[in-house]
Design a protein around this ligand. Structure first.
Ligand code: AGP
Length: 609
């Protein structure tokens, strides 16, 4: 998704700007650009190719500047094109006065465009962003900060902005509402970025702006006004920026690399967990756990599926009722708030707009207890929550979430154990046994990864199909759902997941020999029920692909192909069964030749609604 970097320095800032864009690249984008102040003019360079091409373009043009802004765009309003790429300038003349980059969506752009067109502004793009550039130019009366402050009062929607003015060198004005923006500080230099990660290697001294803030950065320092125009201090923190390795090593894709990193990611997530104590989730967590009697778990996509598994574990082990909701639905629903609910947000990035908004919504409704399970310590959701559990998956670059999901599951299992301890529903021996089983996870995942050749054989059969069904029951239904999401997301094969018991209530009508049916079938108390659902598929000529346990009674037969997973602790099986489904999706996508790490239309971090 869109990314912003801005820099004011005594040295050439183009390196910082381009490096920042490169660090944000993995989130997905379709065009990029920079604008700099050079010798009294604003010069821009934009491209629909990669940041590396933009860098070559800039090199060739000889740009050199002490102040500049840069952007990666993920199209919302207007197709991916150079004309729609940021920065946008105003007025549209050979010597523009304003250049600006924007993340977010302006909802009232149509009415503003009409007003500005009537005032004589010419529009060059289909974006909502160009409206803001012209609006600031129209309001400009010698002070950029003043013009931006007035302009944002007229905007409805979400924005993070960085604005340059031809007449005010060494100054950038930023503003945010609904989209993140941070200030980075270093000796004699000041930066803006939509994510601290863009400034990794440049500075780790970060100030997080609040919604409604307008910030002025320059060589002499920085200051902030809040939404009401009052001067405010924003604390500067030294943050640990999740940079990680962005090298592919021996792998073909980041997704493949990240699937194979799971044993290490799980081991890292469990490192330092010496026992089950509330402090795993933050200081004072015991007090919170004492004051709640329900949980509400919120997330999107894969993180939502993790929440569904978490519900099962928490209700089973800690006997606390749990509701799981898709964040984008919860935030607009007239729900009934309960101050004794622990609101748990789950997010790989910690910046997903819907989940962040749902967290703030829950708090505004009067629910003070919040916990975020997240892979990025410096993210907005972690900052906005009273408690946090940071998974140690390392940077995840592939758009398809893999190691982030399995480490989220590990965190949720730890939460279930911790709540069980707080409620007294598990004794010390049982807790120790569950924790011991968790320590075995990296080995069990290694065993699941060794099944790759068998999954390649399955993937070759799937790649020729347009549709697939995934079945699961109980604890493994969310795993079937996650398997279907992975397959559709990267191979573009239409896939749906159902609780196996629902088959005869509709989806069975779709089953023919052209419809592969993946069944997540561990040896548990629902196995007999699942078996009859599988018979229903076979009786209609459907072809079954069964994932089951080492000791299972299933055998391959005509129309039934079976893969057995390595031994593992029963309750943790969702984590182990996830791995073959990831490999199936990955290899089906390889056969179909899709852009695996950057599937069409998708972005890694969904920072707009
Ligand atoms: C997963 O493969 C997806 N790319 C997507 O569903 C993702 O999980 C979702 O957008 C939520 O992201 P988050 O975990 O960063 O909040």
């Amino acid at each position: 998704m869109c990314g912003i970097v801005g820099a004011v320095s005594g040295r050439n800032v183009l390196g910082v700007l381009l490096q920042g864009l490169q660090r944000l690249e993995y989130r997905g984008y379709d065009s990029c650009g920079v604008a700099v102040w050079q010798d009294g003019t604003l010069r821009t360079s934009r491209s629909t190719a990669r940041v590396a091409d933009l860098a070559r373009q800039i090199d060739a043009s000889g740009l050199h500047a002490l102040t500049g802004i840069a952007h990666t765009r993920w199209a919302t309003h207007g197709a991916p094109s150079t004309a729609n790429a940021h920065p946008h300038v105003s007025p549209d003349t050979a010597r523009p006065r304003i250049a600006l980059v924007h993340n977010g969506i302006i909802e009232n752009h149509d009415s503003l465009r009409a007003e500005l067109q009537a005032a004589g502004y010419r529009f060059d793009s289909q974006t909502d962003t160009e409206v803001i550039a012209h609006l600031i130019d129209r309001l400009y009366d010698g002070d950029l900060f003043d013009a931006v402050e007035q302009a944002v009062r007229r905007l409805r929607g979400a924005y993070a902005l960085a604005v340059l003015c031809r007449d005010e060198p060494h100054r950038i004005v930023g503003a945010r509402s609904g989209s993140p923006l941070v200030v980075g500080l270093s000796d004699g230099e000041c930066f803006l970025a939509s994510d601290a990660m863009a400034l990794a290697g440049v500075t780790d001294r970060i100030a997080y702006l609040r919604d409604g803030d307008i910030v002025d950065i320059g060589l002499a320092g920085w200051h902030v006004h809040d939404r009401d125009g009052q001067r405010r201090e924003r604390p500067v923190q030294t943050v640990k920026i999740l940079a990680g390795s962005t090298d592919l090593g021996p792998y073909r894709h980041f997704m493949q690399k990240e699937i194979f990193e799971q044993p290490q990611a799980l081991a890292d997530t469990l490192e330092g967990v010496e026992g089950i104590v509330p402090e795993l989730f933050g200081d004072g967590a015991w007090r919170t756990f004492d004051q709640i009697d329900r949980l509400l778990i919120l997330g999107c996509g894969t993180s939502y599926y993790a929440g569904l598994v978490g519900k099962y574990w928490i209700e089973l082990l800690a006997r606390i009722p749990v509701t799981v909701e898709i964040a984008s639905e919860y935030r607009y629903r007239p729900s009934i708030p309960d101050p004794r609910t622990l609101v748990v947000t789950i997010s790989q990035s910690g910046e997903t707009a819907d989940t962040l908004a749902a967290l703030l919504h829950a708090r505004n409704l009067g629910q003070p207890h919040t916990l975020t399970i997240c892979n990025v310590e410096s993210s907005a959701m972690v900052r906005e929550s009273t408690l946090a559990y940071i998974t140690r998956a390392g940077i995840e670059i592939g758009v398809a979430s893999t190691k982030a999901f399995t480490t989220q599951l590990a965190a949720l299992f730890l939460l279930a154990l911790t709540l069980a301890q707080a409620r007294g529903t598990l004794d010390d021996d049982a807790l120790a046994a569950h924790l011991q089983a968790m320590r075995h996870l990296p080995r069990a995942i290694q065993g699941a990864l060794a099944l790759e050749p068998q999954l390649i054989a399955w993937a070759e059969q799937f790649a020729a199909r347009d549709h697939a069904l995934f079945l699961g029951r109980g604890l493994h239904l969310p795993i079937a759902q996650e398997g279907a999401l992975k397959l559709k997301e990267i191979s573009y094969i239409h896939a749906e997941a159902y609780p196996a018991g629902e088959l005869k209530h509709g989806p069975l009508a779709l089953v023919t020999d052209a419809m592969p049916v993946v069944t997540v079938a561990p040896t548990d108390e629902l196995l007999a029920k699942l078996e009859s659902n599988m018979q229903e598929v076979r009786a209609r000529g459907g072809r079954l692909f069964v994932l089951t346990d080492a000791d299972s009674r299933f055998d391959s037969a005509d129309g039934v192909q079976v893969i057995r997973l390595p031994e593992h602790h029963g309750l943790l099986s969702p984590i182990v069964f996830t791995v073959p489904l990831q490999l199936l999706a990955y290899h089906a996508a390889i056969v179909r030749g899709t852009d695996i790490d950057k599937p069409r239309n998708l972005a890694k971090s969904v920072t707009v609604e």
